[in-house]
Design a binder for this molecule. Structure first.
Ligand code: ADP
Length: 449
């Protein structure tokens, strides 16, 4: 095992990684920008190094500064968390060149999955079902429009380099295609510096079901079951759960097997998530994320495993701690993402001092992952997610009741939050009744606000 680990992230995920490292006896080195000098993440680490100003581009996204911090501190491994440099192949390569272990898959796997077009070509070759669509190299408007007509409207134009729902446009009819393509391209170029586009059939009531997979350096691959992340707003996850409700057992197994096949096709090492859309008893690959996901705690709650521990062990070239047969799931878990944002003002980010920040007390049924505390300032510089509330119980109904209670018991005064919105979601009869599609929030928004 590594003796010293640098955590190249901030907020709740930096705190969460530090917790596991501490338990394993691994010394931790945090990095921080000027905006985070007094943060919980800095306190959670054994030492911390300033890497620059608040602007992420000059701090958390600056691989050179982070590698310099690793060199100065003697850290031999870097955990990138999620976001920032976690799926940056150039950074993973720079780590290798500096003789530091990047906690993640190979540079080749990151590169291949970083392009949704390449990912889809690889998955098709591995026999994994895709959403009907076009992911070719010919990017002329004429070819893309022809593909859309062939696939049949409505279609989704999607940035190959995309993430976070950026560079996506739903197009209902041929007459609107050219304008939507131009605006998606502009957005993708600004956000990712790459305007390669895919065209997909737009599914009208899909569920988002994703498979957590893990691979090791010995060539083994396992799945840690699925998560349902269908509760989304603007293609962004809001509440996640595991296992997925109302999923045919044969389909559940088939999806897990497809996730494993995807990982095998990449000789994948570490934690990864293979994302599918599921509709009318069929499932379709959409993308693979080559990092730890925000929503990994729901998998941890049902499996009683620590995914960060597995990441560290596998990166240290240990074999996977368990075989597929030894991995079991019990009960049901939900995660709600708590944001400093104002649902009444179009969910605009909200900033300011947390005058009161009192999560309900954690216990075996309830886990709070956060990087803030009472008195802290929520700044404009980073993602407005301030906490994740995770609940577990023996069955879905009980877990959902716990989620509702815990959301109501959570006290935050200062910036606006989405707590009441999340509680309304947790209490919605249709959500309680079982599976809902990714369109649910949009359709119900007036009743949820
Ligand atoms: P990103 O990388 O930007 O998150 P994804 O490809 O993972 O983009 O898609 C994000 C979400 O967008 C999905 O969870 C789903 O809700 C929606 N989505 C993506 N592709 C389709 C599609 N073909 N039809 C309908 N919804 C889709």
């Amino acid at each position: 095992m590594f003796s010293r680990l640098l955590i190249a992230n901030r907020g709740e995920i930096a705190c969460r990684i530090a917790r596991t490292a501490k338990r394993l006896g691994v010394a931790t080195v945090g990095v921080f920008s000027d905006a985070d000098a007094q943060s919980a993440a800095v306190r959670a680490c054994d030492e911390a190094i300033r890497i620059g100003p608040a602007l992420a581009r000059d701090s958390y996204l600056d691989g050179g500064r982070i590698l310099e911090a690793a060199r100065l501190s003697g850290a031999t491994a870097i955990h990138p968390g999620y976001g920032f440099l976690s799926e940056n192949a150039a950074f993973a390569r720079a780590c290798a060149e500096a003789g530091v272990t990047f906690i993640g898959p190979s540079v080749e796997a990151i590169e291949a999955m970083g392009s949704k077009a390449r990912a889809k070509a690889l998955m098709a070759a591995a026999g994994v079902p895709l959403v009907p669509g076009y992911h070719g190299a010919d990017q002329s408007e004429e070819t893309l429009a022809k593909a859309a007509a062939r696939i049949g409207y409505p279609v989704l134009i999607k940035a190959s380099a995309g993430g976070g729902g950026k560079g996506m446009r739903v197009v209902g009819e041929a007459g609107a295609f050219a304008a939507a393509l131009a605006s998606a391209r502009r957005e993708a170029m600004a956000a990712f510096g790459d305007d390669t586009m895919l065209i997909e059939k737009y599914l009208d009531h899909p569920r988002h079901v994703e498979i957590q997979i893990f691979g090791d350096h010995q060539g083994r691959v396992v799945s840690l079951f699925e998560r349902d992340c269908s509760l989304q707003r603007r293609h962004q996850k809001v509440i996640e759960e595991a296992p997925a409700p109302d999923l045919d057992p044969a389909l559940r197994r088939a999806m897990a097997a497809a996730g494993v096949a995807a990982a095998r096709a990449l000789t994948y090492v570490g934690a990864g998530t293979v994302e599918f859309l599921y509709q009318d008893n069929a499932y379709y690959f959409i993308e693979m994320n080559t990092r730890l996901q925000v929503e990994h705690p729901v998998t941890e709650k049902i499996t009683s495993l620590d995914l960060v521990e597995w990441q560290l062990r596998v990166a240290a070239k240990e074999p996977l701690p368990l075989t597929q047969d030894q991995i079991t799931a019990r009960g049901h878990a939900f995660e709600a993402r708590i944001y400093a944002e104002d649902p009444a003002r179009g969910f605009a980010p909200s900033t300011g001092r947390l005058l009161r920040f009192r999560p309900p007390p954690a216990d075996g049924h309830l886990r709070i992952d956060t990087g803030v505390g009472e008195g802290d300032e929520v700044s404009v510089h980073y993602d407005p997610m301030i906490a994740k509330l995770v609940v577990w119980d023996e069955d879905r109904a009980r877990a959902l009741a716990r989620l509702s209670r815990a959301l109501r018991a959570f006290q935050i005064i200062g910036p606006s939050t989405n707590l009441a919105f999340l509680a309304a979601l947790a209490d919605h009869a249709d959500f309680a009744a079982g599976a809902v599609s990714t369109k649910f929030i949009e359709a119900e928004i007036d009743r949820l606000l």
